[in-house]
Design a protein around this ligand. Structure first.
Ligand code: MG
Length: 240
């Protein structure tokens, strides 16, 4: 029995090591995005669908298998360890505005500092991270299309400051047989600064291994619970 347990633990540890080596293969450390100091924020236009502006708007979101349980108060909602949340409504091509704030009290480093994520169609992540003087692989820092495209520059504000992403997203297109006819594309402004310029995704963003498209239609917007108490406010979307 003891031998069996030892073998099981050894296999688990080896498995974790192999998995983490696989993840390192897709880290990009070649060209560090230069630092740019950003300007100001934006309120929603008249035709926007408001996804979150007041605490009660948490009702526009759900968790896995039930209501969203993030802490919603006044004009913000906060990651609290209850898991990712998704919009009840599904979206395709869109213009999206999201404001986020990483904790002012800095804890951890690299991917462990102010990590969350804006997953368009629940599977294409624009990374949320405290990237103010915080080294990590460049295609994993704030504004990266995770593990695919590093931001053109680093427009991050200091920890504890509100920041904004303005995103234009075109959904992938698929033929009737499920094959890809047109990849998804994304343009991102971080605090008003262009950081992704019509980047064509090679598939859903993944932690390890090569991305691979699977045919899908409209999907909810997802905000990631990565275990750090990141806050969100002023989330709105326009269908294109
Ligand atoms: Mg993330």
């Amino acid at each position: 029995m003891k031998k069996f347990n030892l073998l099981f633990v050894t296999l688990c540890i080896c498995g974790i090591q192999v998995f983490s080596q696989d993840a390192k293969l897709t880290e990009d450390w070649t060209k560090k995005p230069v630092i740019v100091t950003p300007g100001c924020h934006q309120s929603p236009p008249s035709d926007a669908i408001i996804l979150f502006q007041k605490a009660k708007d948490i009702a526009n979101w759900e968790g896995r298998g039930g209501p969203a349980k993030w802490k919603a108060s006044f004009k913000k909602m906060q990651v609290n360890g209850t898991g990712d949340i998704v919009t009840k409504e599904k979206f395709g091509d869109c213009q999206l505005h999201v404001e986020f704030r990483t904790p002012s009290k800095v804890k951890g480093d690299g991917q462990g500092r102010g990590n969350s994520g804006v997953y368009i169609q629940s599977q294409y992540e624009v990374q949320v991270l405290d990237s103010y003087i915080n080294e990590t692989y460049y295609n994993g820092q704030a504004g990266a299309v995770y593990k695919q495209s590093a931001p053109l520059v680093n427009a991050s504000r200091k920890p504890g400051k509100w920041q904004a992403y303005d995103i234009v997203f075109h959904a992938p297109r698929f033929a009737a047989d499920g094959s890809l006819t047109k990849p998804a594309s994304v343009t991102v402004l971080h605090n008003g600064v262009l950081i992704q310029d019509h980047y064509e995704l090679t598939g859903p963003t993944t932690y390890a291994g090569a991305p691979k498209y699977t045919a899908h239609g409209d999907m909810p917007l997802l905000l990631q619970d990565h275990g750090n108490p990141v806050c969100y406010r002023n989330v709105w979307i326009r269908k294109l």
